[in-house]
Write a protein that binds this ligand. Structure first.
Ligand SMILES: Nc1ncnc2c1ncn2[C@@H]1O[C@H](COP(=O)(O)OP(=O)(O)OP(=O)(O)O)[C@@H](O)[C@H]1O
Length: 292
């Protein structure tokens, strides 16, 4: 488990993180969501031991990241740019990785490179942006580290490579004993894969949700009425959208009073719709602040 406890960091007089606290359970995917500048990259760099908090602790399997350098073998940080790797070839980089990650699985690395048709003697800087993104994931998952931290892994990529990358991550988690933290400003991408979401806002944890329970907690209903859309519904329920006689309402699953309000006006249409994480954030956690 990764435990982030009361972490605070000020950089150049700006408070970047303030009293951040959450856990990452083994074998899970944790999404860290926040707008640009919310502190996601700083948080990931801190968990991987690159920068120290001013206050608070970060531990991995009970060992402090900054007091036990050995812990770093268990963590790989994949930044959103591969600039640091660019002068190396696909073969050369393995030597460096093996120094930090003694369990690096070279056979697995080359088999993945084959699978994705990489040139094994090529230089990293000659790869396209999408290839670089996929390559850094292959490198990270070949280390056999227990925790992989991905900073905006699909940012700026086209939809096809984005899908390939998300699928690659999901397959890795399904087949390996690994935990992942993914930072993103895209809720819609994370909700498909994350078990746990931490919302960062202005350097603090604004909310934390468990995906399994979240979707059971709410339901989204489309309703239409014969006459005018009832004011009672508009004023007393969480109406996500309304257009003429049709509206979409978010209800707590066990909200019998809300249900009664909807039914009171004899809807001519009542249909449950698939619920997205974005719906819940928009309605329950402060408007469009979290939506990309
Ligand atoms: N080295 C630094 N010097 C000065 N300010 C910094 C430094 N690193 C981060 N910051 C500031 O800390 C805040 C959080 O930055 P960070 O990169 O962690 O956010 P982020 O959520 O990852 O943003 P983005 O989505 O844009 O990458 C920003 O206001 C940023 O300007």
């Amino acid at each position: 488990m990764i435990e982030v406890r009361n972490v605070t960091k000020t950089i150049h007089k700006t408070e970047v993180l303030n009293d951040v606290q959450f856990n990452v359970r083994p074998g899970t995917i944790t999404g860290v969501v926040g707008r640009n500048g919310a502190g996601k990259t700083t948080l990931l760099r801190m968990i991987s031991g690159i920068i120290k908090p001013d206050q608070g602790d970060i531990s991995v399997e009970g060992e402090n990241v900054f007091q036990q350098p050995r812990v770093k073998q268990d963590i790989v940080f994949v930044p959103d740019s591969t600039d640091a790797l660019k002068t190396y070839t696909v073969k050369e980089i393995v030597k460096f990785y093996k120094v930090v990650y003694p369990n690096f699985d070279e056979e697995y690395y080359y088999s993945l490179l084959d699978q994705f048709k990489f040139n094994k003697s090529g230089k990293i800087k000659k790869m396209s942006k999408g290839q670089k993104a996929l390559f850094s994931l292959i490198l990270a998952f070949s280390t056999n580290a227990k925790y992989i931290l991905l900073d905006e892994p699909t940012d700026g990529l086209d939809v096809i490579i984005k899908k390939e990358i998300l699928q690659f991550i999901a397959e890795q988690v399904a087949h390996k004993d690994v935990s992942i933290i993914i930072s993103s400003h895209r809720l819609d991408e994370l909700e498909k894969m994350a078990d746990h979401i931490v919302v960062l806002k202005d350097g603090s944890v604004d909310s934390e949700v468990e995906m399994e329970t979240l979707k059971e907690q709410y339901k989204k209903v489309q309703v239409a009425y014969q006459g005018e859309f009832p004011q009672d519904v508009l004023q007393n329920l969480e109406v996500l959208s309304q257009n003429g006689r049709v509206g979409v309402v978010l209800l707590d699953s066990d909200d019998e009073d809300g249900e009664a309000i909807l039914q009171n006006y004899d809807p001519i249409l009542y249909e449950e719709l698939p619920l997205s994480l974005e719906d819940i954030f928009v309605a329950k956690l402060g408007g469009d602040l979290y939506v990309s």
